[in-house]
Design a binder for this molecule. Sequence first.
Ligand code: COA
Length: 309
Amino acid sequence: MTGYELREMRPQDRLPVAELICLSTNAWYQAHGKPLIFSGGPRTTELHFDLYHSLEGSSGWVAEDTRSGAIIGSCFQHIRPTHVSLGIMNVHPNHFGRGVAHGLLQTIIRVAEREGKPLRLVSSAMNLDSYSLYTRSGFVPRQAYQDMFLAVPKNGLNKAVAGLDMVRPATLADVPLMGELELAVSGIRRDGDYRHFIENPEGIWHVSVFESAPHRLEGFLVSCAHPGCNMIGPGVMREDEVTAALLLTELNQHHGRTPVFLLPVDRNALVREVYSWGGRNCEMHFSQVLGSFTPFQGVNMPTFLPETA
Ligand SMILES: CC(C)(COP(=O)(O)OP(=O)(O)OC[C@H]1O[C@@H](n2cnc3c(N)ncnc32)[C@H](O)[C@@H]1OP(=O)(O)O)[C@@H](O)C(=O)NCCC(=O)NCCS
């Protein structure tokens, strides 16, 4: 007897799930003496439900407490052509340690097994509760990232970076090349996500590509400006120099804001360049993969919306 039931997320779960994501995530940060992640309250975390019910192949699971009927756990899955990824995992703090997260995780592992695809996620290297949850179930940390934030001045960040003249806003015609590039660099493909970001129905996305010659992309980078997520990523690039040009361009979409982005720790020249722009570290994350994995052949910048390692 677990005392809870796992079931697929339904439209009427939208507000309780937003409450849970906000409360559970903030509780962890508060308990560890850190600033709240979702300082704008549960209205800002409605974004997860909304986005993951409009992206093709994304959906969610909840755990419902048998006695109270309350939603005490939630998690999202993203079924993509090459892999499945696991979205934000949350359990109500009153119900920590009951195996709720383990149950949700096993459900999504079964989905990945049924699909015959690896399961990927991004987990905090500082939150041992979630780190352990995944490694106990066979996930392997494959890449470490430093989460950095950078306060972009109101009139923009003016830095000399090579290749800026090859960066331009992405168009829908770029999507197949973006898909091929991500497959070559990160071993995964998710064209539908990129189509969505470029179409931008929520009005929160911006996408840039680095085009070195006609129909030759060296990298692309997405950013998101929403009170529930102000991040630069996802993106993939062949080289550090390409990353610097794309990152500067996307940072400059966020005048007066302080976006967060994840840089691979082994790209030290890039990391030091970003320090020189004013970047500061705030956390560490791992790409974790259950199943087959090909080492990255370039720079991979994951994000938490949607989370794909
Ligand atoms: C992380 C979180 C989801 C875990 O939820 P939970 O329902 O309490 O977790 P479970 O009860 O299923 O336990 C998770 C597993 O991790 C294990 N674990 C926890 N801390 C551990 C440690 N330090 N070392 C080894 N194992 C550990 C538990 O023993 C358990 O393993 P088991 O099921 O094989 O016994 C929950 O703490 C939470 O919502 N935190 C705030 C939000 C968050 O951090 N989300 C994760 C974002 S990726």
